[in-house]
Ligand binder design. Sequence first.
Ligand code: NAP
Ligand code: GLV
Length: 308
Amino acid sequence: MDVLFFAEDEDAPAWADVLASALPEARVHRFADGDKASCDYAVCWKPPADFFHGQSCLKAIMNLGAGVDAILDGRALPAGVPLVRVTDAGMGEQMEEYVAWCALRALRRTDDYARQQARSQWRQLPFTPRASFSIGIMGLGVLGARVARYLVGMGFAVRGWSRSRQAIAGVTCHAGADERAAFLAASNLLVCLLPLTEATRGILDRDLMLGLPAGAHVVGIGRGGHLIEADLLALLDNGHLAGATLDVFAAEPLPADSPLWRHPRITITPHISAQTVIEVSMRQIADKIRRIERGLPVDGLIDRVRGY
Ligand code: NAP
Ligand code: GLV
């Protein structure tokens, strides 16, 4: 079996070695080294435009990440070849931690206390019980559902919103456009864990964020393309929103002159809310390839029309 590998990452050569160890029955060809052998599988993350040239025998394309927006965006993907993404693979636990960090900061107003400290100000702010602080999660897929369950376990009131109706113990689940307003109106902290698709690009706009209760927080950990940055800045400046924590951006790295960097109510992290755990991801990809070889179904098969 021959596998073509490319990852847009400085550690890509080491990742190819991890893939080779996880799948010893395969020959792993590194596209970056100029090896363009005709292969049975492609394993990739943000491949260059010519990555698939001449690959007419692919049985599947394995996306080394949860989001497939980059690979679906403009690259000449071979038609009819199954596209399979990584599912969780160590990212769910990190997402739980990241959202818990955001939730506790917002609940206990630690960003406000940090601003007070900068002014040497001693002032006790009103206390909110955890059970009455509602967290709304947009996207109840592999990661969103896991985060929702974790927050329920912490004692938060948790809501979720997805395309089709989900059922998660302890979570008030909303579905579709008709239930979006009710979902938003009850979300003190809004977490976006949607995939970036035609339907979700720019979804975090003025209209949506005005639907949140006054003083709400926004957490962007899906993709930067969800957020209309100017709308967020305007709603922070006029006081409708209390704060935002952003991990993903339309342009990454976030340009040095972006006003987001300097806004006092925005916390920025560099796309680390869930980092790739390479050994776990490669083991999962190897398992999926073996299942495909045996004619078995795999998790994470992408519907190209839906975009996720
Ligand atoms: P997933 O399992 O495919 O879940 C996607 C969820 O979004 C599903 O619940 C889906 O609804 C919902 N959804 C999709 N389109 C919708 C729409 N138009 N309206 C309402 N709901 C919609 O994906 P995942 O594995 O949880 O990952 C989610 C995203 O997280 C990835 O696509 C990626 O962009 C992002 N991510 C970010 C990082 C980071 O470090 N920042 C790391 C990993 C992933 P249904 O349940 O009805 O299908
Ligand atoms: C990271 O952002 C991923 O989609 O896996």
